[in-house]
Write a protein that binds this ligand. Structure first.
Ligand code: 6PG
Length: 470
């Protein structure tokens, strides 16, 4: 057999499907996995694609299967496993070869790996890949970071295997170094916020309005034909509709309300905090997962304070739909603002319109809404979505609904950390005269931190009275 166009290390669910996707697009792909039996099983199951796949459980033999200059996709668990693979691979590669890390890496690790490979002649790309198993097999969204030269080498394959929106590939070069992994991290932060807000709206339906899972499913299915049309709304309908075979009950009613998290949502919040960008809705979503995992304490809490009354809310489904849209606008505004700031700090020049474009298909947050966002960023220069004309109109139309839902949640004792923080973000963003004048006064009182005045230029300090300790 001729040599492979590209190699792939790591035959987990994502790696296996990415390899089949590459083969399906007419490229020859060689695979390697530390557990050699996985390679055999993969090759045996390749079916019609057998002619385009090859592989070995021996790393040197695998490298020998690749056309020079070699491109090797690494799709292993993020963190130390990636460093271990790079360390083993490095002596087997030559100048001009490229390692492509396609996992959910922390972008700081990506920056470090670039530095470690610098001067070795071996290139590196850090790419964010979104879309889960299905996306990996039939077209994910791919966010590329690294040098233009390396991108040029990998461009044809990565573009071919990516999802397409109206024929346009959902794969783009976004910037140097860790840009691709940073953007993927923020994608996931937005994904957390999106999912949490959907869960909060479901909570209003279930607990506030007393709706059954299948009644909720019908509403989400209907919404998927409107402005909320998205993959996450679509799967929400399916999740709510599923019935547990063993008990005959709606599956969602017997799934434990304790959410897992692998880290990307938390990293988004950490990066936002580090850069001083307000991303409270993303933070709220991370915190909501954390408190959800405190099941035992929450059971005790309910005993201490009593359960919230059920079925007492009065709010229309139309209001819930509009509130979710308004919450989404605020959450996406935060995510894009974080990327804009990171772009400035890292000199990436991130194309926000292109990012929205390549999220329109393939990835977990794909939606009609992202098409509107990309058009908006393409025609305007403002970094915050809340100032883009199309979204100003939408927000004017929908913020009242968000307000009504947050008020309903507060009155009916239903937690809504993301919807309420989205509303607070919006209200703070459009409030010309805030209240931190008082905060500044306090800071100056106890720490002589100084303040600025609205009527004069300069830095000021007031002679505050000294308080006698009680
Ligand atoms: C994607 C997903 C993917 C994965 C997350 C989930 O874009 O394809 O975001 O990356 O599902 O790792 O993360 P949590 O386990 O933290 O929810």
């Amino acid at each position: 057999m001729t040599q492979a166009d590209i190699g792939l290390i790591g035959l987990g669910v994502m790696g296996e499907n990415l390899a089949l996707n590459i083969a399906d697009n007419g490229y020859k792909v060689a695979v390697y996995n530390r557990t050699a039996s996985k390679v055999d099983a993969f090759l045996e199951s390749a079916g019609d694609l057998a002619g385009n796949v090859m592989g070995s459980g021996d790393l040197a033999a695998f490298v020998g299967m690749l056309k020079a200059p070699r491109s090797v996709i690494v799709m292993v668990k993020a963190g130390e496993p990636v460093d271990a693979v790079i360390a083993e691979l490095r002596p087997l590669l030559e100048k001009g070869d490229v390692i492509i890390d396609a996992g959910n890496a922390n972008y700081h690790d990506t920056v470090r790996r670039f530095a470690e490979l610098d001067g070795s002649g071996i290139g590196f790309l850090g790419i964010g890949v979104s879309g889960g198993e299905e996306g990996a097999r039939h077209g994910p969204s791919i966010m590329v970071g690294g040098s233009q030269a390396e991108w040029k080498n990998a461009e044809a394959v990565l573009t071919a295997i990516s999802a397409k929106f109206d024929g346009e590939p959902c794969c783009a070069y976004l910037g140097t170094g860790g840009a691709g992994h940073f953007v993927k991290t923020i994608h996931n932060g937005i994904e957390y916020a999106d999912m949490q807000m959907i869960a909060e709206i479901y909570g209003v339906m279930r607990d506030g309005l007393g709706m059954s899972a299948s009644e909720c499913a019908k509403v989400f299915n209907d919404w998927n034909a409107g402005p909320l049309d998205s993959y996450l709304i679509e799967i929400t309908g399916h999740v709510l509709d599923a019935v547990d075979e063993a008990s005959g009950q709606p599956l969602v009613d017997i799934i434990l309300d304790s959410a897992g998290q692998k880290g990307t949502g938390r990293w988004s919040a950490i990066e936002a905090l580090n850069m001083g960008v307000s991303a409270t809705t993303i933070e709220g979503a991370v915190a909501a997962r954390s408190i959800s995992s405190m099941k035992t304490e929450r059971i005790e809490g309910e005993k201490l304070y009593g359960a919230a009354a059920k079925g007492k809310a009065t709010i229309s489904l139309e209001t819930l739909e509009k509130a979710l849209l308004a919450g989404k606008i605020a959450a996406y505004a935060q995510g894009f603002a974080v990327m804009a700031k990171a772009s400035e700090e890292n000199g990436w020049n991130l194309p926000l319109d292109v990012i929205a474009k390549i999220w329109r298909a393939g990835c977990i947050i794909r939606s009609r809404f992202l098409d509107q966002i990309s058009q908006s960023f393409a025609s305007g220069t403002a970094a915050n979505l809340l100032t883009q004309p199309a979204f100003v109109e939408l927000m004017k139309e929908c913020n009242g609904a968000l307000r009504a839902v947050v008020a309903t949640c507060a009155v009916n004792e239903m937690p809504a950390p993301c919807l309420s923080s989205a509303l607070a973000y919006f209200d703070a963003y459009r409030q010309a005269n805030g209240t931190t004048n008082l905060t500044q006064g306090q800071r100056d009182f106890f720490g002589a931190h100084g303040f600025k005045r609205i009527d004069r230029e300069g830095d000021f300090h007031h002679k505050w009275p000294s308080l006698v300790a009680k």
